[in-house]
Design a protein around this ligand. Sequence first.
Ligand code: PMP
Length: 379
Amino acid sequence: MALSWLDADASARREAGLHREVTPREESGALVDLASNDYLGLARHPATIAGAQEAAARWGTGATASRLVAGTTRLHDDFERDLAAFLGVEAALVFSSGYLANIGAVSALAGRDGFIVSDTGAHASLIDGCRLSRSQVVVIERGDHEALARVLATRTRQRALVVTDSVYSIDGVIAPIAEYHQVAREHGAMLLVDEAHALGVRGRGGRGVVDELGLSGADDLVVTTVLSKSLGSQGGVVAGSARVRDHLVDTARTFIFDTGLNPPAAGAARAALATLRDNPDLCDQVRHNAARIAERCGGQPPESAVVSLIVGDPHRAVEAAAGCRGVGVHVGCFRPPSVPAGTSRLRLTARADLSEDLIDDVTSRIRGVLDGLGVRVGA
Ligand code: PMP
């Protein structure tokens, strides 16, 4: 009785086409993967796997404690230095996930007396960070830097933080980071940019949008990113000035109270970062492949590795994704609340290690499915 509302809720979601299934993915090779965020194909790269294995052998399988107790190894230290050098910042701090990095950074940089402006494209982890911070939060339309200026100019609280993704995760479009940064600077606010979908994909050799704009190392800018996409591992990063790092070590609850990033994940990500650093062309390759996928599926030319094919209706989007699976292609299917109502879509992701022949083959299969269902995609 006490739980009958669960059934009512579930059937409402089913009727709306918003029920979700947790489906185990096939072992490698059974389906062509155009759904993961393994943009550079490094999750199965021998060097990445060796990095995880060596770290496990040397440091053990778990961090064994929070970072401030016994969960920091020399590997964590070295890796944070590598990340800071790669990103062109003073210091970096790794967390056990990107989600926790964002929650920790936002809530530590904007407290109860703070003011946050977030845009509508911000990832759920940034939104949750805003909520947990207990700051005053104002949401602006995605990309609207004029609204950002208005909101910052009329705020009554001094300590202000602007949060955004650099590459919006849903459709891979790039946020106006240069404008956001200029406005934030003019109004004495700090800017936090989540580069989860930009690392490995944009900027010189995959250093991200902030690098591309020449803003790396700006003292009023904090970058967060993840180890779980282009670096094929698991974990999150906050990168910026040494004083921001110090502040997070002292105050970010998801750093202080969470068990440290496990050594195999750190070892894998460190190895993947070295692969990326030594092969800057991986970044060009994934963008080239994304462009080819989009062109052949009728999508807009992509700005990152993400190709978004808008279907509209959530039931149709589920049908289209299932049809793709039926022809051996795994694609993402995004529906509300992950995307606005009426914009359910297939989300295809490129990888650097896809051959042109394979892209041509799978995109023909996808087109066949969409045509068979009479789906005309928008973008
Ligand atoms: N930020 C963005 C933009 C993301 O897309 C994600 C992952 N979906 C995260 C943060 C969270 O990262 P993680 O999955 O490593 O926890």
